[in-house]
Design a protein around this ligand. Structure first.
Ligand code: OAD
Length: 232
């Protein structure tokens, strides 16, 4: 593994599944229980803000009761011990990577534990419900929304992500279905830019053929195994 120095890791809902957080597209997943158009678009928020707030208030409360699993801890260990560049780009809006101890984490789809004030544009750490329209702690406007990227909105920090992909020797995708762009396209970008590509997932993702290697199994098993290999 000595030729590998710079690593980009993309994580998705599968990495938090064994912590008890629902994925989106597996049987019984969130998008089977709720219509995306009702809760996860800017149009939904204009049409029925109470419904959207209730959905995210529930999710925000739920993730605070969950704990990181061995996959999060293994990635945190890799983050701590890997001497080269490393970036964990997560599509997850939970904070389980951080609670496991990882630092080099980028939340491209936002974070449940932040609220974004659409009046003053400041994002504040937020753990409580938003349904009652609490004031923004900075400007006092009652204009807080979940700091989560909805369908039709631009994911966060794309320039930083592409800069990391350009430098990557290894791109690893963990627990994501490859259904949502632009994240689903990272494997192709990384590979065309010369990185080795590895997929760790319960089942093959939609872009599976773009990976040089696929290892199937629960994240709590395959991720620690892979990290052990890389660090040995
Ligand atoms: P999905 O629900 O689409 O996919 C979850 C993936 O995790 C699937 O490929 C499962 O096979 C896999 N999986 C499930 N359990 C697993 C386990 N124990 N170990 C390993 N893998 C497991 O979730 P994402 O790909 O993360 O965006 O979804 C991407 C985006 O779509 C989300 O960030 C969200 C959603 O709409 C927004 O809300 C903007």
């Amino acid at each position: 593994m000595s030729e590998i120095r710079n690593i980009v890791i993309l994580t998705g809902a599968g990495v938090s599944a064994e912590s008890g957080i629902d994925t989106f597209r597996d049987g019984g997943g969130l998008w089977e229980q709720h219509r995306v158009e009702d809760v996860a678009t800017p149009e939904a928020f204009v049409r029925d803000p109470d419904l959207v707030h209730r959905f995210y208030d529930m999710r925000r409360a739920a993730i605070q009761e969950k704990e990181p699993n061995p996959a999060h801890f293994a990635l945190a260990r890799l983050d701590a011990e890997w001497p080269g560049e490393l970036l964990i780009v997560t599509q997850n809006v939970d904070d389980l990577h951080e609670r496991a101890g990882a630092h080099r984490v980028l939340h491209m789809h936002g974070e449940h534990l932040k609220a974004w004030c659409t009046s003053c544009d400041v994002r504040s750490v937020w753990r409580e419900p938003l349904l009652a329209r609490p004031p923004c702690p900075v400007c006092q406007a009652r204009s807080l929304r979940p700091d989560v990227v909805w369908f039709g909105e631009m994911p966060y920090q794309m320039e930083r992500i592409y800069a990391a992909l350009r430098q990557a020797d290894l791109f690893v995708s963990i627990g994501t279905s490859g259904a949502v762009y632009p994240a689903a396209g990272f494997v192709r970008d990384a590979r065309e830019l010369g990185a080795r590509t590895l997929e760790l997932n319960l089942e093959r993702s939609q872009g599976s053929s773009w990976f040089h290697e696929t290892r199937l199994g629960p994240a709590s098993e395959v991720v620690p195994q892979w990290v052990d290999e890389l660090l040995q």
